[in-house]
Design a protein around this ligand. Structure first.
Ligand code: SF4
Length: 104
């Protein structure tokens, strides 16, 4: 009888496939731009993508996430470090993270 470890080691078809839990699929196939937490942070001279999941009042999903938020307002609520985290968290073509939720 063949050793089961050899079966997987010598099976090249098995080697090229990845196993994925069904609930992970939605996060892997989507990008930030399809997430309900994806926002545009509008500043004085530019607008940048951001992640509302890092803003406490929207993270709990109690309030509807708007498409655009004012950078000055976020700076007042979150502080400089919090705003930097919001701006660094999302990009339109970045693979969705574990907090992904599809837009309604
Ligand atoms: S970083 Fe995660 S939670 Fe934020 S917009 Fe992207 S997928 Fe959504």
């Amino acid at each position: 009888m063949a050793d089961i470890r050899d079966y997987y080691r010598k099976n090249f078809l098995y080697e090229s496939h990845r196993l994925m839990l069904p609930e992970l699929r939605e996060k892997v196939v989507h990008t930030c731009s399809r997430c309900k937490f994806f926002i545009t942070v509008v500043g004085r001279s530019e607008a940048r993508p951001g992640c509302a999941a890092l803003i406490p009042q929207y993270a709990r999903t109690a309030r509807r996430v708007p498409e655009k938020l004012d950078a000055a307002e976020l700076l007042r609520v979150l502080g400089r470090d919090g705003l930097e985290r919001v701006l660094a968290g999302a990009a339109p073509h970045r693979q969705a993270c574990g907090l992904f939720q599809p837009r309604a």
